[in-house]
Each structure stands twice: as structure tokens, then as C-alpha cells.
Design a protein. Structure first.
Length: 296
């Protein structure tokens, strides 16, 4: 089986490397070739375009930043969707909105190809350790066709339903992550404003059931101010924006999320966009972006 992989960022590069560790040969594409270099060799060749890559593979994984990037790779001038082999299977692991996944599924089916939406949860270290969780939207047959490949990159697969349902689960999860991180940052700001030490707050809050477990993993970043990105803040803001758009499409109100996504947007304007999303804590501990929204 020949596998293609498009998108070699923080997550994609680690996922591709784990496929190679299991002996799979990959055809790779990334907009910037240098990100592919560590994966090139006996089990990795670089393709000049998504279209040329598609002609060589039976299964294609995409792990891209946002819907526009996915659509460009699939349907752009050098897109792969018109060049995949008959009955080939496209697995989109990108964090996109459900209606977009359903649109891509329809585009794929119209070409007599197969589609799976399989976004993941887990940070860069989790991806490196092949412990990702895959949230899958697909028919059972297509899922079974790629199950062994997914288990090279992760240790849990949840079949959420048909096309778009994997993306739906990922969207709900990231909504909770983004809101929980911002709420924790605000609570820490209040606590320190009341005179409690940072250490007291961390030691006390992180052991209570009121705090999401993942926040304990962000403590070191918040204490040291080293926000090397495991999940960049700009992509969290993007996911919350997509959640807002999906809520509009579904007739659902998301008042908390709509406020929180704008806090992340202000943090981006304040220079935090490429940092880990836990840098919302640093933003909260600063001036809350007052200089960004003050009258000019």
C-alpha cells in the first residue's frame, strides 16, 4: 500500500514519522519542502504538487491548518482530488467544520472515491508517542480499511458516525479546551489580584474537580513563560470561530464561546498567535489587551 501525506506541521510531521516507523513508504507534500526533509529517504519521497502525489498513492492523509488550505490542496489548480486512483481513500485529519467535511465527502463521492474525516486530539508530544485519539466520520467499511494505519499514529479510535461526525466531535472538544483555558487564566488573574500567590493557586486549583485535567499539563508553560507551541493559539481561535459558524448553521447559541473566541483574537493581535494556546494566561496576566481596544 502506498500512502500519501500532505501537511507536515507540528502534528502532521509526527504522524507521518510514525507511519514510517511501522514500515510504510510515504509520498510527501508540504508547501515548504524543508519541513519534509527529516522524513525523506528510503521510506519517504517528496512530490512537487498534491496532484502528482495523488497519482502514486492508494490512501491519502491530509493534516492542514484550516478549511481553505484543505480545499486548495484538494480542488486547487494542482489539487489532488481529480488525480487520485480509482477507489482511493482520502483521510482528512484536519480540524475543520462539519459542513466542510460533508462538502468534501460529496466532492469525493462524485469522483467515485472514498472519504473519511478523522481529526485527532492530542498535543505534539502525544503525536510523537503515537497516542492520538482519532474521531472518525465514515462508513464502517472505509474505517476498517484504514484502522491499522490510524493505530500506527494513535491508540484510540472513536467512530462517531457518518461523514462530518468525527469533525463534529473534534469541534466540541476544542470548544471545551478553549473555554476552559481562558476561564482558568481569568480565575488565576482574579486570585493574584486578591493577593493569593501563583504557587498557592496552582497547587490548590489543579487538584480540584473544578479544573479540567489538561490544565495541569500546561502549568510549566504558565509558570516559566515558555509557550513553545504544542497547539498554537491562532489555531485554537480558528477552531472556536468555526464552532461559532457551525452553531449559526445549526441554530445553536454559543454566547460564552463567541466572547472567548474574541479574547483569543485580541491575544493574537497582542503578539501571541504563534505561541501555545495556554499563552492566553500570559495575555490575561498582562493588560487584557486594553491598549488594543482603547479609543485612538
Amino acid at each position: 500500500m502506498k500512502i500519501g501525506f500532505i501537511g507536515l506541521g507540528i502534528m502532521g510531521s509526527r504522524m507521518a514519522a510514525n507511519l514510517q516507523k511501522h514500515g510504510y513508504s510515504l509520498v510527501l507534500f508540504n508547501r515548504t519542502r524543508d519541513k519534509a526533509e527529516p522524513l525523506l529517504g528510503p521510506c519517504g519521497t517528496f512530490s512537487d504538487s498534491p496532484a502528482k502525489l495523488a497519482q502514486q498513492v492508494d490512501v491519502l492523509f491530509t493534516m492542514l491548518a484550516h478549511p481553505d488550505a484543505v480545499e486548495q490542496a484538494a480542488l486547487g489548480a494542482n489539487g489532488f482530488l481529480n488525480h487520485l486512483r480509482p477507489n482511493a481513500l482520502w483521510v482528512d485529519c484536519s480540524s475543520v467544520n462539519p459542513s466542510f467535511s460533508q462538502k468534501m465527502a460529496a466532492e469525493t463521492a462524485s469522483r467515485r472515491l472514498r472519504f473519511v474525516d478523522a481529526p485527532v486530539t492530542g498535543s505534539a508530544p502525544v503525536a510523537a508517542e503515537a497516542k492520538l485519539t482519532f474521531w472518525v466520520g465514515a462508513n464502517e467499511v472505509d474505517l476498517e480499511a484504514i484502522r491499522s494505519l490510524l493505530l500506527c499514529m494513535g491508540n484510540k479510535i472513536v467512530h462517531a458516525g457518518g461523514h462530518g461526525m468525527g469533525t463534529s466531535m473534534k469541534m466540541v472538544i476544542n470548544l471545551l479546551l478553549g473555554n476552559a483555558m481562558a476561564a482558568f487564566a481569568e480565575a488565576m488573574e482574579l486570585g493574584q489580584g486578591l493577593g493569593l500567590s501563583q504557587k498557592m493557586l496552582f497547587d490548590s486549583l489543579l487538584s480540584t474537580p473544578t479544573v479540567a485535567p489538561f490544565l495541569a499539563l500546561k502549568r510549566e508553560k504558565m509558570e516559566t513563560g515558555n509557550y513553545a507551541a504544542e497547539f498554537p493559539l491562532r489555531w485554537m481561535q480558528k477552531d472556536m470561530q468555526l464552532a461559532s459558524a457551525s452553531a449559526y448553521e445549526s441554530g445553536v447559541a454559543l454566547p460564552l464561546t463567541n466572547v472567548t473566541k474574541e479574547i483569543y483574537r485580541l491575544a493574537m493581535r497582542g503578539g501571541h498567535e504563534t505561541k501555545d494556546f495556554s499563552a492566553i494566561y500570559e495575555f490575561a496576566m498582562g493588560d487584557n489587551g486594553k491598549e488594543l481596544i482603547a479609543p485612538r
